[in-house]
Each structure stands twice: as C-alpha cells, then as structure tokens.
Design a protein around this ligand. Sequence first.
Ligand code: HPA
Length: 268
Amino acid sequence: MSERAADVVRQRMGGTSPDIAIVLGSSVGRLADAVEPVCTIPYQDLTGFPVPSVSGHSGTLIVGRLGGREVVILKGRVHAYESGRTDVMRPVIETLAELDVKTVILTNAAGSLDENVGPGRLMLIEDHINFACANPLVGEPGDHGFVSLTNAYDSELRQTMRNAAHDIELPLAEGTYVWFSGPSFETPAEIKAARILGADAVGMSTVPETILARRYGLTVIGVSIITNLAAGMAGSAPSHEETKREGEKATDDLVRLVTRFMERTNND
Ligand code: HPA
C-alpha cells in the first residue's frame, strides 16, 4: 500500500511543526522563493495529491519559514474546471489537517467588479458567493457535510491582515469573491448580474477549498490578486495571459503582506 501523504511530509519536515499553510494561486508561485525551505516535495510523491495541468501552476509542497514562522506552502492548486471534480483539493486539505495545520491562507488571481480597484491591487476576501452552484461536500457521509460558512473567512485574522497591510502602507481592498466554474471567462451580462448580487471580485477557485477547509476545521483567510477588470467593464476582455502577467507583477506586494502577517501572528 502506498504511504500516506501526511506521513511522507512528516518524515521529510524533520522537527518543524507548521500550523499555517498558504495555497498559491495563478502566477504567484514566486512567493515560494521568499521561504527558507526545510523540504520540497513534488505533488507526484504525495498519494492522492492532484497534479496541476494549467500553465502558471506547478505542483510542489514546501515546508519552510516565512516571517519567522514555520509554514507549509502549496505551490500550485488544481481547479475544479480541470476535471469537473469540485473536491479535487480534498487530499491536500485533508493532509494539512492531519499535519495539525490550523490555518490556511488561500490566494488567487481574480477579476475586479469595482473600477476603483484595478489590476495590481490586493483584495482581502470578506465572504464568498458560490455562483458555480457546485459543492465539494456533495456525497459526504453522515452529517459532516453540514458545515457552517458563517465567518468562513475568519474575522479576527482579517483584522490581523488589515493591520499587516497598514504596517507596510499597502492599500488593501476588502470584499466578496464570487466563484464561477470557468474555464471560460464570464460574459459581461454575468458580471453585471454578479455586481447586482454584491460581488467585488470574480474567480475560478478558492471557494471549494474554503468549504473543504471549514469541513476539516481549518481557519481560512483569503487574498485575491486583482489581475484585470471583469468582462465588459471598461471594454475589458480578460485572458489567461493577462492573468499570469498581472499576477506576477503584484506578487511582490503579496509577499510583503503575507510576510508581515506571519511576523504579526508570530508575535501576537
Ligand atoms: N474571471 C475569472 N477568473 C479570473 C479573472 C476573471 O476576470 N481574472 C483572473 N481570474
């Protein structure tokens, strides 16, 4: 029988015991370079881990230190749209829980529905709308699926993130993220509808991971890198190339923000 992913990670991470993890979204993989690594493990070596197929995403788990804090980095996520399976990240989230990780920071690239928050800005996720109307917990046995999503993006940690942004003088937007399944981008009419529903940013990830993380008792914080104005806004026609390019540009700010957050949560 193949070895459990959590056992493989435990063996390789030696005496470290990280209690926070970061999932790196499209094109922000460079954040991993800011980490002093203890071990680097390709997803292929971890039983059950899905291997990303989309450009801009690799598949590596890194244990190391960031801002003085031990951390697990998940460089590369797999999206539901790659297979149609919304629970594709379950083995990853389950492994984090088995490793006694308590908090996960989910990052993503997103389109903005607010013309005042343009490409290059970061947005703290306050809440989400599941517009894909799919749920990774469908089929969950017993009562485990009845997960509360009130305060899904933890309000205390959001305050810490706001404080971290303030420390480094970074303007941090905050708002509601709406999940569209993708992989096609949205129509301008869909974006208009999402605005009316109260969304501030749109993307193709994160929501299933948040639901899974809450299922396994992890505390969640989410940060979007705004790579474009959403479809139809100011004539915008989003593309994957633009997402990768703009995501890459804003990564330095994300590194500074997350590093400061780590320092703050280390000392608090
Ligand atoms: N829509 C969906 N996903 C995205 C976008 C967008 O406009 N930008 C980056 N990821």
